[in-house]
Design a protein around this ligand. Structure first.
Ligand SMILES: Cc1cc2nc3c(=O)[nH]c(=O)nc-3n(C[C@H](O)[C@H](O)[C@H](O)COP(=O)(O)OP(=O)(O)OC[C@H]3O[C@@H](n4cnc5c(N)ncnc54)[C@H](O)[C@@H]3O)c2cc1C
Length: 373
């Protein structure tokens, strides 16, 4: 089988590895001049790790990479806990540097995978991929759109709803030095949230989300320092321990509407191209890994018919990913509430919900198995 994977993000690399393990000749087309994971961190959960395992990629996330504080949940800016996860809900959580994960995935691609960087795709028609330079790759047996939120493959598969701004921006970075933590998780104020995720070397991956009108110019680390000044320790210390040049900021976006399908003919969407979601459950990349593992398992079944496998992929993946995207979107909306009375109500409601119920929700999302081969 000759497969073309468009995009060398986490979804594209995992899918390329999976297809190659089935004996396919895989070409990965990446628009950027190099394959890069970017500067910040990433939370991986039990489901994503299980997907990596089924793809033979589990060693890309070393087992030593685990969260050290046992306390994890949601706090108020004064440090009072609103909710706390049970240990069972977070024991499989791993936090990694995106750059390290990308390097590890690339290093594990089989000999049957060729990556062409600096190669943008303009559009896909039937079995043909048209590149930005005007040339084409014809007679593809499978075309995988792993090209993210603004996918060029998506229009070949379904009506493209485009991207929608979620109403907030996020700064994120990894500290330049270790910071002592006694707890991790998220702190929610009025239209402001700060997230803390420790890396195994003691450095901290953090994000700061702030409600913002669309298109307004956003500042750098000084704005983060100002907006989160007076919040509980060690938030100010984490910001101070960060090199300003390591801070990235971006508007949070998601698909404007869920897609009607992930497959048409021999074109299939994975990752953000299929279900770009807000990061409120830390599931976007985990779901991309599940996509890759599912597609690989279905195509790898003895005597599998490719069209049947793609149909099953569409059925299995749409429902699950769209449900998770909906939950993530709702969490973000509530988390970014700005008015004092609604925030008071939100905090009261959160304290009233038993920790066990929230932990069960997190366990349910992680409780995923790849299809049997
Ligand atoms: C603030 C923030 C925090 C997040 N935190 C988490 C987390 O903790 N855990 C988690 O699981 N997820 C998280 N996510 C989501 C996660 O980053 C994404 O879901 C994931 O990276 C998507 O991977 P992908 O491979 O589908 O797409 P992308 O990472 O977008 O990769 C797409 C690739 O395709 C290339 N490309 C694009 N267009 C073309 C083209 N026309 N031709 C060729 N190449 C092209 C791009 O250059 C890129 O390399 C977070 C997201 C944000 C914004």
């Amino acid at each position: 089988m000759r497969a073309v994977v468009v995009g060398a993000g986490i979804g594209g690399l995992c899918t390329a590895a999976g297809l190659s393990s089935l004996g396919a000749d895989v070409i990965v087309l990446e628009r950027a001049p190099e394959v890069r994971g970017g500067g910040s961190g990433l939370s991986l959960f039990g489901n994503g790790l299980r997907a990596l395992k089924s793809l033979g990629l589990r060693s890309a996330v070393p087992d030593a990479v685990r969260v050290s504080p046992t306390l994890n949940g949601t706090r108020r800016p004064d440090g009072r806990w609103l909710t706390r996860f049970d240990q069972s809900a977070i024991e499989q959580l791993r936090v990694v540097r995106r750059r390290d994960l990308h390097e590890a995935l690339v290093a594990r691609l089989g000999a049957g995978v060729e990556i062409r960087t600096g190669t943008g795709v303009r559009e896909v028609r039937d079995a043909t991929v048209q590149l930005d330079d005007g040339t084409t790759i014809d007679d593809c047996d499978l075309i995988v759109g792993a090209d993210g939120l603004r996918s060029r493959v998506r229009p070949a598969v379904t009506r493209d709803p485009g991207a929608a701004y979620a109403g907030y921006v996020a700064w994120r970075a990894i500290t330049a030095r270790p910071v002592d933590l006694d707890a991790a998780g998220e702190t929610m104020g009025r239209g402001h949230r700060f997230g803390i995720a420790p890396l195994p070397d003691g450095h901290v991956y953090w994000f700061a989300a702030v409600s913002y009108d669309e298109g307004v110019e956003v500042g750098g680390i000084d704005e983060v320092r100002e907006r989160f000044s007076g919040w509980h320790a060690p938030i100010e210390e984490i910001v101070d321990a960060t090199d300003p040049k390591d801070v990235g900021v971006l508007p949070i976006e998601e698909l404007a509407r869920p897609l009607a399908g992930f497959v048409r003919g021999r074109s299939v969407l994975v990752g953000d191209a299929a279900h770009a979601m807000t990061p409120n459950l830390g599931q976007g990349a985990n779901q991309a890994m599940e996509d890759a593992a599912t597609l690989t398992a279905l195509l790898g079944r003895a005597g599998a018919d490719v069209d049947d496998a793609l149909r099953s992929y569409n059925q299995l993946r749409r429902r699950r990913t769209q449900s998770i995207a909906r939950q993530a979107s709702a969490i973000g909306k509530v988390g970014q509430w700005r008015s004092a009375p609604t925030v008071r109500l939100r905090d009261l409601a959160m304290r009233a919900v038993p920790d066990a119920a929230l932990s069960a929700q997190l366990r349910r999302i992680q409780d995923w198995q790849p299809p049997m081969r």
